[in-house]
Write a protein that binds this ligand. Sequence first.
Ligand code: RP5
Length: 165
Amino acid sequence: MAKQLVGIVMGSASDWEVMRAAADQLKEFGVPCESRALSAHRTPEALERWIAEMEKKGASCFIAAAGGAAHLAGVVAAKTLLPVLGVPMPSKHLQGLDSLLSMVQMPKGIPVATFAIGEAGAANAGLFAVAMLAGTDPAIARKLAAFRLKQTNAARAMRVPPPSG
Ligand code: RP5
């Protein structure tokens, strides 16, 4: 069975407000994670050390989030053989489109599985990590099936309010 540990890394502590959605999603499924603010350009050595530590602890994947010219996820992917899930952060001037393009356009050879910009992407990266673990962990698979069913039932119960007046 794969180790239930996910590493979440973000380029700045300012990304945490968005990235807590990934950690919350993992917590909902009882999957432990370690979250760090480490930068590919401001603290490259510390980033490399942490990746190696997480590998030693048996992490199954990394979720990497950054804004701007977001090379962090690509650098993490270059330093590990584990899957890297990239979450583009909303940025000040281009609203995260720059982050999205720099993650999703990784040159052939070192993939970064790239998610939507912002909170939905963070939550979905968490859910994707859960789905990967569900492949080898039947208890997580059952929780994921229950989560999906709850979501389906909530969508079935949706009603559009009648027109006013
Ligand atoms: C990126 O620059 C970070 O991932 C963050 O999204 C953005 C802004 O960082 P701070 O200026 O808030 O530290 O490296």
